[in-house]
Design a protein around this ligand. Structure first.
Ligand SMILES: [Zn+2]
Length: 161
């Protein structure tokens, strides 16, 4: 869900930006709070970071992102003290692109890069709406990664609006 609404009021264009934490759903809020160092940029304005959009993906990928962040933070916590080359990373944008997860940071080493690469690959097989790996397909054209049920539901919702 995008948090920008463009409307008209008294003939003037109105731009509203919703990036308050209240507009984020429960599991998203939980993940953002669980990894405060990775998601340090979540409350910065949109002029400074894309993280003001939060986790810009469906709920079905939240568990995957949670697992990815646990791996990243675990690796940093275990190694940064002894190795000056290992630094805390911050997410700068988390979104869906071409049906897959994209997790961008402010710079990561090759270990964390591998973790992110693996999670991004895996997202191609996980329904973005419900999180199942059963009967998941990627559509042609505007690519979405969804299970059979969620794909049906989305097309029904589309026809009803
Ligand atoms: Zn689904």
């Amino acid at each position: 869900m995008k948090k920008v609404i463009v409307g008209k009021k008294n003939g003037k264009s109105v731009l509203q930006i919703y990036s308050s934490i209240d507009s984020r759903n429960v599991s998203e809020q939980k993940i953002l709070k669980k990894y405060p160092l990775i998601f340090r940029q979540k409350d910065l304005p949109m002029t400074q970071t894309c993280m003001c959009w939060g986790l810009d993906v469906g709920q079905g990928w939240h568990k995957l992102i949670d697992t990815l962040c646990a791996s990243i933070q675990g690796y940093i916590d275990a190694n940064a003290k002894h190795n000056p080359n290992i630094h805390q990373v911050e997410a700068v944008q988390v979104k869906e692109k071409f049906g897959g997860l994209r997790f961008y940071t402010n710079g990561e080493d090759e270990v964390i890069h591998g973790m992110i690469w693996f999670a991004e690959q895996l997202s191609n097989y996980i329904c973005e709406d419900c999180g199942t790996m059963d009967n998941v397909t990627q559509s042609e054209g505007w690519i979405t990664t969804l299970c059979e049920k969620c794909r049906k539901k989305r097309s029904e919702d589309k026809h009803n609006t």
